[in-house]
Design a protein around this ligand. Structure first.
Ligand SMILES: [Zn+2]
Ligand SMILES: [Zn+2]
Length: 306
């Protein structure tokens, strides 16, 4: 059994306050517990990681030293900003493995994540951390994590290298695909333009379709899929194309096409209020009793057992 818990569900920047208390204001952080084998995996170190760390201090530390793995989808700030506030890094007994993609090989994960901890930005330097922390650059592939846990990684469509994660354990599949947007034809498709080349335009269509199909295959059949849904389609089309995020409509269409059992709409727009979510939920959420997936907006503190 996998227990998946949301500690941060927002995109871009934390947005605490009375108008976000119900769905939560922290940025991306998801915890998976594999209770049968005593393992914990954390996806992303957004501001939600702070609360998770505090919970682990009270819940896990009394049972023994903390040992965990953090898989970063990518290194944009909203996905790493919680790391300096993750209390277990200050304990000598803690062991942490950090995995994630880097866009330039010369820029190591340790420099990017640990680089937040210089006196310029923060009172404690990375070199002063008591815990044993290792960093490993992660690429696309399939990995045996031991204890019967398998991980498949897939590059997403975002301005920097970004990975989706597909965990398989005891016949269940938990999958993440956010910060990502639908692949588009990168060539000019306007036949009146001087840049138009019919061959290139057609080739661009084929490539975009193949990339979208590959991403859909990656999430296919998931028991729980956490997918980027920062915008409504009405918000996405007029001004957000190319920003690296998807619409709720697109996320739902993918989940329906690929027989996903539960879809958590995720990486919420920071300006979205609880009231607006409730209104959107009346349109987009569904119970999953009939045909198609259960669909809901991810909420901080929400827990799902697979
Ligand atoms: Zn993000
Ligand atoms: Zn991003």
């Amino acid at each position: 059994m996998m227990r998946v818990k949301f500690w941060g569900v927002r995109g871009s920047i934390p947005c605490p306050g009375g108008h976000t208390a119900k769905y939560g204001g922290n940025t991306s952080c998801i915890e998976i517990r594999f209770d049968d084998v005593g393992r914990q995996i954390i996806i992303d170190a957004g501001s939600g990681l702070r609360e998770l760390g505090n919970f682990m201090m009270g819940h896990d530390l009394p049972k023994g030293p903390i040992s965990t793995s953090i898989y970063l989808s990518h290194t944009h700030w909203d996905h790493i900003m919680g790391f300096p506030f993750f209390t277990p890094i200050y304990l000598p007994s803690t062991r942490i493995e950090v995995f994630g993609p880097v866009s330039h090989e010369s820029d190591t994960l340790e420099t990017i994540v640990g680089g937040q901890m210089t006196y310029r930005y923060f009172p404690v330097r990375q070199a002063e951390l008591a815990a044993t922390i290792s960093y490993a650059n992660l690429k696309e592939g399939r990995f045996d994590l031991g204890d019967g846990i398998t991980l498949t990684t897939k590059y997403l469509n975002h301005p920097i290298l970004c990975l989706g994660y597909r965990f398989e354990y005891q016949g269940k599949v938990f999958c993440t695909a956010y910060d990502t947007e639908p692949y588009q034809n990168l060539f000019c498709t306007d036949s009146d333009s001087t840049e138009y080349d019919e061959g290139m335009a057609l080739e661009g269509e084929v490539v975009a379709r193949e990339q979208n199909e590959a991403l859909e295959s990656f999430v296919a059949g998931a028991d729980l899929l956490v997918y980027d849904a920062q915008y409504t389609q009405g918000e996405y089309i007029p001004g957000k194309v190319g920003w690296g995020h998807s619409s709720m409509e697109f996320a739902i269409a993918v989940a329906r096409r690929r027989q996903v059992k539960r879809l958590a709409l995720f990486h919420h727009e920071p300006v979205r209020t609880d009231g607006e979510f409730d209104e959107l939920a009346a349109i987009y959420a569904q119970t999953g009793d009939g045909d198609g997936p259960e669909i809901f907006f991810a909420r901080e503190g929400g827990e799902i057992i697979l």
